[in-house]
Structures are given as C-alpha cells and as structure tokens.
Design a protein around this ligand. Structure first.
Ligand SMILES: Cc1ncc(COP(=O)(O)O)c(C=O)c1O
Length: 399
C-alpha cells in the first residue's frame, strides 16, 4: 500500500490501467466513473466462463470469491460481513431500508435540503399513504448544515433521520458524524445515503453511527453499473421488515412457518449478477490498495483547484457553498445554457453532466438552479486535464 501524495509515476500507471482515460477527459465520476481495466476483465471473463461451463457450475467454482465480497464491502465501511446486503443500486438499497421501517401516522422523519430526489419521493409517499410528517432542515446562509436546527426539530415523535451525505448536484457535504451523534443521543434511527461518498473518501459506519446506509458501485468506487449495497447495523436488523423474501433470505421451518436469515442477507434475493459482483470486489480491492485517505486528499485537491480556475474565467459562476466541499464541482455560465456547454465540451471529448432539479430538487428549486454543469473529479484525473478543460471552456464562452 502506498502512503502520501500520488507521484506522477503512480498517476501514469493508474491511467494506463484505465483504458477510458486515454482519449477522454472524464469529469463525470459522480455519474459513473471509468472502471479500472481489471474490473472490466473480471466481469467479461466470468461471463465467458458462465457461457462455457454453466451459471451454477461457475458460481460454485467461485463460491469463495463471491462470499468474500461481503467482507470486502464490510471492510470498506468498517462493518461486519453479516451487516451487508448486495443489491443492484443505491435506490434499491435506500428503498429496502426505508420501506422496511414501520412508520405510523404522526411519526416524523427529518431530512435535509440535499436529499436525493428518489429518496424524497419515498418520504412523500410515506406522507401520503402512512400520514408521516416530513421535516426539512435547510442549509444556513453559508451553505452549512445547522446542527442546532436539527436538534431543535427533534420531538418524541421523531422516528428517523434520513439524509444524503453528498448531494447529487452540489459540492457541499453534510456533517454526518455530528448528525449521527445527535441521532444516537436521541435514540432515533439514522439512514444515510452515501451514494456519492463511497469510493470518494473514507467511510466508517462506526464513526458515523448510522444504522442504515445505501451505496452504489458505479460512481466513485469505479465498480460496474448495476452494483450496490445496503448496510444494516446488526442490532437493528430485526426492526427492519424485509420487503421481498425467497429461499435465500429465509429458512423453512414447517408448512406453517419460516425464519428470516440471521444476517443482512435477509434483505437481498438469491438471484444476482455474479459477474458484476466480482467486478465490485475487484473495484474495492483496487481502491483499498491505493488507500481511501489518499484518494480523498487528491480528489479534494483537484476539485479545489478546479473551482479556483473556474472562478478566474469571466462569466462563470461556481455554485458550491459551505465549509466542506467534495469532488463535485458545479457551475453555470451567464452566456450559454448548461446543456449547450455540456454538448460543446463533449465535442472536445470532455465529459461533464447536466445537473437539473430532478437530482436534488429542494436545494435546486430553492436557489433557482434550473440547470447547472457538474464536473466531478477522480484521483485519475490530472492537473493537465483541468487546464485543457478550462481552456476549452474559455474558448466556448469567448472569454
Ligand atoms: C446522492 C444520490 N443518491 C442516490 C442516487 C441513486 O443511485 P442509484 O442510481 O445507484 O440508485 C444518486 C444517483 O445519482 C445520487 O447522486
């Protein structure tokens, strides 16, 4: 394992191991990162083996590796392997967690203005169908999460704090450990959306004190699309009702009874894409070999540099606010709609994404952000790429 900052030689090697980085400036890591070649090769060779040997036969040959993925995910977030369920994406993980909580009419759920749209839809559905009350804690004037307002919003009816650590379309972050401390002190369930966190920075569920955590593989973790996981703290597993059950998640007792599994795998189904799951394991190994602390330091450094460079371009407005910013950089230009900027950059083989209220509706509508450009950076991006990016952007804007 390496320590300290990345050397140029290491970046060169990591890029050589990422075929996609050769001809492309990929600043859409919050959408889906370029995977390391080893991840892609693992998936393809497993699929080939399945085709040649049979799916079940291949699965039994790889039983050890497939079992090991639960420990790898656990190690990544400092959880036990019995606290991990493998699912297809973060939305599934979040939905399984949230819908499994027995919320009653009058129960209160607290969230923030950074909540991801799909999660918020889940909250609204619970409001409509179960009479649950939703309380939204807005960011303060400086763009920081006011912990005192959270504390003040808690009542004896507060059953759940459900927040997104890093929003889809803003560079800010919530103080998830301080929120966890409050949740624990008041004995309130704490559900964390760590979709944009996982793979971007170290994540420790013991330090954060969350009870449930939803994550996806394809974003900063650089795993294949269609992978994700749910963490459920051992002590609360019996309080979450499994939504779907099969012979994998339960054990047969008699004609009249069954028993759910003793671990978090009660929240997943038997059938999954084993090839993708092996790819997820490879991606976790790859990130861990580099070191999550180092990955985070580099991402933070590159994103800070990009914000400084963007602020120097006339007509560009950077939207990220708050004391703690991450690898997601959001901006817009007065002279050109964000959608046009994105497509003009794509002509130069530069990938960014378009941020629309569909991602983070409460925050975006509040700030009248109908569309912004999102440039999300990873450790395999380089300062040279930032320069090319800003050069092309200036040329497009005639700045
Ligand atoms: C903050 C956040 N949460 C949840 C999701 C949903 O993730 P998935 O598409 O893996 O379900 C996204 C996707 O962009 C996201 O940005």
């Amino acid at each position: 394992m390496h320590t300290g900052p990345f050397s140029e030689a290491e970046i060169t090697r990591l890029r050589a191991e990422t075929s996609g980085s050769k001809d492309l400036i990929h600043f859409n890591n919050a959408g889906s990162s370029l995977p390391p070649d080893i991840v892609v090769e693992t998936v393809i060779s497993y699929l080939r083996e399945e085709a040649l040997c049979g799916g079940y036969e291949t699965e039994s040959r790889y039983a050890g590796e497939l079992e090991h993925i639960y420990s790898q995910v656990g190690d990544l977030i400092h959880a036990g392997c019995d606290e991990v369920a493998l699912v297809e994406n973060a939305s599934a993980a979040w939905g399984i967690a949230f819908q499994g909580i027995d919320l009653q009419a009058g129960d209160e759920v607290i969230t923030s203005e950074y909540e991801y749209a799909s999660n918020f839809i889940g909250l609204m559905q619970a409001k409509k169908t179960r009479g649950v009350t939703i309380k939204i804690i807005p960011q303060d004037e400086q763009g920081n999460f006011p912990l005192d307002k959270l504390e003040a919003a808690i009542t004896p009816r507060t059953r759940l704090i459900a927040v997104t650590h890093i929003p889809s379309t803003a560079g800010g972050m919530l103080p998830i450990s301080a929120i966890g401390e409050i949740a624990r002190r008041h004995d309130i369930l704490y559900l964390l959306d760590a979709t944009q966190t996982t793979g971007q920075m170290p994540l420790d569920v013991q330090a954060v004190q969350c009870d449930l955590l939803a994550a996806t593989g394809r974003k900063f973790l650089r795993a294949p699309r269609g992978t994700g996981f749910l963490y459920v703290r051992k002590q609360i597993q019996d309080r979450i009702r499994p939504l779907l059950m099969d012979g994998h998640s339960t054990a047969w007792v008699s004609d009249n009874d069954f028993r759910v599994r003793e671990d978090a795998r009660r929240f997943e189904l038997y059938e999954k894409n084993r090839a993708l799951i092996l790819g997820l394991g490879k991606a976790i190994d790859y990130a861990q070999a580099i070191g999550m602390d180092r990955i985070w330091e580099r991402i933070k450094g590159l994103a800070g540099l990009l914000r400084t460079k963007l602020e120097a371009i006339p007509g560009i407005l950077v939207h990220d606010r708050g004391d703690d910013l991450c690898g997601i950089v959001t901006f817009s230009a007065a002279a050109l709609p964000s959608a046009s900027l994105k497509s003009r950059l794509a002509e130069k083989k530069i990938n960014v994404s378009l941020g629309v209220p569909r991602g983070t509706p409460i925050y975006m509508y509040k700030h009248d952000l109908n569309s912004i450009v999102r440039a999300s950076l990873h450790y395999y991006n380089t300062e040279d790429e930032l320069d090319v990016f800003c050069h092309e952007l200036s040329a497009i804007l005639g700045a």
